[in-house]
Design a protein around this ligand. Structure first.
Ligand SMILES: [Zn+2]
Length: 266
């Protein structure tokens, strides 16, 4: 799979936030409700937390801020395109054995039959983010089609028993010209790309991950390749000596309601 990075139009400051209750009937396993992601049309009330107001570029672009220094510098591994019944368990086994956490960006259409993997990710303390329903390039979609891609995935993840994601990674890193403004989601991209889709050589991938790692980085990997699952153990063995391996939300302090576009720290 060829991944291209397109740094698309910046989100405008999110001064409004709308939460539209979807009122999904959640039964059985599902423990979490989900609100449809929608463009802002309603002024927030003071009953809830104030809407995030983004005024400075550094708030919008994590890449322009400086990472706080305390202990080892932080670094985040992220895995896109899963869940995958073969490779996701291998990745989770490695993360558990290494006692580190990572972030998973989920393709909604792949959740059916794999809900246990999402629950395990969440239970382990890993991030579970939204990576669209069917992995289209948002640059080719209408605003409504993009919203549908996002909301279908929010719902299927919540129905699997994991809180609906508050982070979105658009496929190919492309928001496109029709991306809805002021969505109550953090857009999480990356600033380190070891290109695990390129040669599928686990040994070389391990070396690239180690060589390209840097403080405050978000490493983009894909959780659907055996070579990636094989590469991360030896890479983590080395990275752990120099970095605190955390989730993207921990790295950037992203919480539900956080907005903006994030690439990692410089
Ligand atoms: Zn992807």
């Amino acid at each position: 799979m060829k991944i291209r990075i397109v740094v698309a139009g910046r989100l405008r400051p999110a001064v409004l936030i709308a939460v539209v209750a979807a009122g999904l009937a959640l039964t059985g396993l599902a423990q979490y409700s989900v609100s449809a992601i929608a463009e802002a049309t309603i002024q927030p009330t003071s009953a809830n937390q104030p809407a995030p107001v983004i005024t400075s570029p550094s708030r919008v672009l994590g890449a322009e801020t400086t990472q706080p220094t305390a202990g080892l510098p932080k670094l985040a591994l992220s895995f896109d395109d899963g869940p995958n019944p073969l490779t996701t368990p291998l990745i989770l086994n490695t993360l558990e054995q290494e006692h580190v956490h990572a972030s998973f960006f989920i393709v909604g259409s792949r959740v059916a039959g794999n809900g246990a993997l999402l629950r395990r990710e969440y239970a382990d303390g890993d991030d579970v983010g939204n990576h669209s329903w069917s992995h289209p390039d948002f640059g080719t979609l209408s605003r409504q089609q993009i919203l549908t891609q996002i909301n279908q995935t929010e719902r299927v993840i919540a129905a699997a028993g994991v809180p609906a994601p508050f982070m979105l990674r658009p496929p190919y890193g492309d928001l496109g010209p029709n991306f809805p403004k002021n969505l109550p989601l953090a857009i999480v991209l990356w600033n380190i790309d070891p290109k695990d889709w390129d040669d599928h050589n686990a040994v070389q991938l391990t070396q690239r991950i180690i060589a390209e790692a840097r403080p405050g980085g978000i490493i983009d990997l894909h959780g659907i390749y055996l070579s990636t699952a094989q590469a991360i153990g030896p890479a983590i063995d080395v990275l752990k000596q120099h970095y605190d391996l955390v989730t993207v939300s921990q790295l950037l302090g992203i919480k539900p309601g956080t907005t903006g576009i994030y690439y990692g720290y410089k």
